[in-house]
Design a protein. Structure first.
Length: 162
């Protein structure tokens, strides 16, 4: 059941900007993108940065603290370091009033977001380090075996000459 709560007037949020509003005890960032309104949880899922203070670009917002980016339509992570999306809320404009449906509390279908470009590189680095370490162990063991074989050979030569 929809439970819209008036949170602002149309003039309170300039186009291309955002404000922090309260609705039933929840802090929500309200965005105006060319007259289209979006509402997301106010706190970034990475470290709690204030999304209403972030830069709005197209249909995304960038957290001012660590540069995580979120889709305004879905709350989905567009760029890390955040690994989970934020909740988004249905918005209704009626006359001069902007209202948010806080009871529905829609959630992005994929809140995990994309794999960060650095994550694959880091995983490959760990694999490479493990491979180098394994190779070093094999070389060390082979070196030890070759050294032992050389010592045995010297002993055998010493017995033959005596």
């Amino acid at each position: 059941m929809a439970s819209f709560v008036r949170v602002a007037a149309l003039g309170d949020v300039a186009s291309g900007s955002a404000v922090r509003v309260e609705a039933r005890g929840k802090a929500i960032a309200l965005f105006n993108v060319g007259g289209v309104f979006y509402a997301l949880d106010h706190a970034c899922t990475h470290r709690g940065g204030p999304l209403s203070e972030g830069a709005v670009s197209g249909e995304s917002v960038v957290c001012p603290w660590h540069r995580a980016a979120f889709c305004l339509k879905t709350g989905k992570v567009l760029r890390g370091p955040a690994s989970r999306g934020v909740r988004f809320y249905p918005v209704r404009v009626s006359g001069d009033d902007v209202a948010i449906d806080v009871a529905t509390q829609a959630t992005s279908l994929d809140t995990r977001g994309p794999l960060r470009p650095g994550a694959l590189r880091a995983a490959l680095n760990y694999v490479a380090i493990a491979a180098v370490a394994a190779f070093a162990v094999v070389v060390w063991a082979a070196h030890g075996a070759i050294g032992a074989a050389g010592r045995v050979r010297k002993r055998l030569r010493g017995r033959r000459s005596a």
